[in-house]
Design a protein around this ligand. Structure first.
Ligand code: G6P
Length: 609
């Protein structure tokens, strides 16, 4: 949530800041701002409500120049989205500017204290207290002042600070919120995400909690540990390709990411099947412990939670281990029954979701061991688990998750097979069959991408509805949940997913000609039951869009529109039906004129509760 950038060096800081903020805009986009130190004693701060484009215009008009600056794109938590609440925030003297990701939990108390000492506040944010705390501690040393200020903070923060006394320095620190720094011949850079830096350097340092980095204009970066002693971290090489952060000819990132899915699924499963066995070297250290588990709890939020629901089916079918799946924000406030024989599987694309992180922490404190599936290797979730598995989806920029979902599901299938083998429930023949079936999925996804014209026709037919119902059974039901979430997220159309067998118990009362029903009716053991459910809603006048297996001509007679997907074992059907539903949601959103990459009120990573 929110994006931080900073540059100090040779050249104009504003170019890097605006470009970086545009790159990080997917993390938050309700207001943005920059602070540039023009020369000693001259700090200029410009903020705008709305997207970075607004800020960019203002920065150009006001001709802000200077070679040291910080910037921020915001997803509001404390204080409504407005120019006054946008970061950077400044102290009473106007010499110090701060950008912040995270939440300061004790800000009310600190604010009272600072007010009583005569500080004047301009915004409603928690962040502003930090600027005033630094002001109080500053005696010519920015690092020392930052350390003193953060020692008073309770909560999570990624921070970048400039002082007009130091036109050649940026001080940064973090606690539970990522900060990445790097340098080149041009100078030193900071971002809350390495994607802001990859055009300038591929070697970055992920700052650790409670450490401070001081960036200098000559590119030098000094690092100080929690004990204030200097240290020398090893940089991490980022090997994303140059196209990662660009739309490469696609009109939006969502479509680009949907089209990447055949490759992503291949990458995710690559190397997992070796000579009739499963390969999970990352789990080697847990190997003998995994033989002792008697229960699995899966935690995640949003789309990642849906991947968990699918994984339950895999794990219970193939490994015969009881599985519970929980929304992380609920799990953390229950009294979950876990012990040292429970495996927790945390699913989080970003590896930053606050509730999922807390769920991992709670589970481990109860003796369970946690394996995290994530797309971000250096993320907190990866670091705070007993083992992590990289879903290998490459960076996902569109706020609505697409390719990360498919990668999660594919990897969870492999993991379930691995546990099935370990539990003696699956043998090499099963593995060989699964390997062949899942290897066919990328080509099957490509086939669905070719169905776009038909999906557009269905989308047009549903775009004027005020509500869409999604029904299915088993794997089809979970795909419906994900399809409904996609539609809500990006088109703001109300959508509900129900198990098809459950509609008689209430939801069918909602059905009339104005409520289209999307039905997953692919070939499965419950196909005939789903057909009966189609007849039930059809009788109530609903317009029906079916996702069906190619060759199923009889379904045409019962429905208004059919999107065909290739024949696939039912267990892998979420890997194909979801793609059709992603495209369906995107087409509706576009017809309704919505911004599919940056839907209102949402953010890619939810780093606050
Ligand atoms: C946000 C995103 C969703 C995502 C969810 C969980 O709500 O908009 O797309 O599914 O967070 O994120 P995670 O990074 O933990 O998978």
């Amino acid at each position: 949530m929110c994006g931080i950038v900073g540059f100090v060096g040779r050249g104009d800081a504003k170019d890097f800041l605006i470009k970086g903020l545009l790159t990080l805009e997917y993390r938050g986009y309700d207001s943005a701002g920059v602070a540039v130190v023009r020369e000693k004693g001259d700090l200029e701060v410009i903020c705008r409500k709305g997207k970075v484009a607004e800020l960019s215009r203002a920065v150009k008009e006001l001709n802000v120049t200077g070679s040291c600056g910080i910037g921020h794109t915001r997803w509001a938590t404390h204080g409504e989205p407005s120019e006054v609440n946008a970061h950077p925030h400044i102290d009473c003297t106007g010499n110090i500017a701060v950008v912040h990701n995270g939440i300061i939990e004790n800000f009310m108390e600190l604010k009272e204290e600072l007010l009583s000492r005569g500080h004047a506040f301009a915004s409603e944010t928690d962040t502003e207290v930090i600027a005033h705390l630094i002001e109080e501690s500053y005696e010519g040393d920015l690092v020392q002042a930052l350390r003193a200020a953060t020692s008073r903070l309770i909560g999570a923060y990624g921070l970048a600070v400039v002082h007009s006394d130091c036109p050649d320095e940026i001080a940064v620190t973090r606690k539970e919120s990522p900060i990445v720094v790097g340098n080149s011949v041009k100078g030193a850079f900071v971002g809350s995400d390495p994607i802001a830096l990859i055009d300038y350097t591929r070697d970055v340092v992920y700052l650790e909690d409670d450490c401070i980095a001081l960036l200098h204009g000559d590119g030098k970066i000094d690092y100080y540990g929690p004990d204030a002693e200097p240290y020398y971290p090893e940089p991490t090489h980022i090997d994303w390709d140059a196209e990662t952060a660009s739309r490469t000819g696609f009109p939006d990132f969502m479509l680009k990411e949907i089209y990447e899915q055949p490759r992503v699924v291949s990458d995710t499963i690559a190397g997992r099947f070796a000579d009739g066995a499963m390969s999970f070297p990352e789990l080697e250290e847990l190997d003998s412990w995994l033989d002792t588990i008697d229960g699995i709890t899966i935690v995640g939020c949003g789309t990642s939670y849906h991947a968990g629901l699918i994984a339950r089916e895999f794990l219970e079918r193939w490994a015969r281990i009881p599985v519970s799946v929980e929304v992380a924000s609920e799990f953390r406030y229950r009294s979950p029954i876990l012990d040292d024989r429970t495996l927790v599987i945390a699913i989080t694309q970003s590896g930053e979701t606050a509730d999922t992180l807390e769920a991992i922490k709670i589970a481990r404190s109860l003796g369970a061991k946690a394996i995290t599936l994530t797309n971000v290797i250096g993320s907190r979730a990866a670091r705070e688990s007993d083992a992590f598995l990289n879903i290998r989806a490459n960076i996902e920029i569109s706020v609505a998750a697409t390719k990360s979902f498919l990668a999660q599901v594919a990897l969870l299938a492999c993991l379930a097979m691995h546990l099935g083998v370990k539990c003696g429930k699956l043998g090499s023949e099963d593995i060989a069959r699964f390997a062949a079936e899942i290897a066919a999925v990328p080509a099957q996804i490509t086939q669905i991408l070719n169905e776009r014209p038909e999906i557009l026709r269905c989308a047009k037919a549903c775009s004027k509805a005020h509500s869409v119902m999604f029904i299915g059974r088993g794997f089809g039901y979970v795909s419906c949940k994900e399809g409904a979430l996609k539609l809500k997220e990006i088109s703001y159309l109300h959508a509900e997913a129900y198990p098809a067998g459950e509609i008689k118990h209430g939801p069918i009362a909602l059905i009339d000609e104005s409520v289209p029903v999307v039905v997953i009716a692919t070939k499965s053991d419950t196909y005939e039951k789903v057909v009966s459910n189609i007849i039930e809603v059809r009788t109530r006048g609903a317009k029906i869009v079916a996702i069906a297996t190619e060759g199923d001509e009889s379904i045409r007679k019962l429905t208004d529109y059919v999107i065909y997907v290739p024949e696939i074992p039912d267990c892998f059907s979420p890997l194909t039906t979801s793609v059709a539903l992603q495209l369906f949601a995107r087409e509706i959103a576009l017809i309704k004129g919505c911004d599919v990459d940056q839907p209102r009120n949402l953010a890619k990573s939810v780093t606050v509760e």
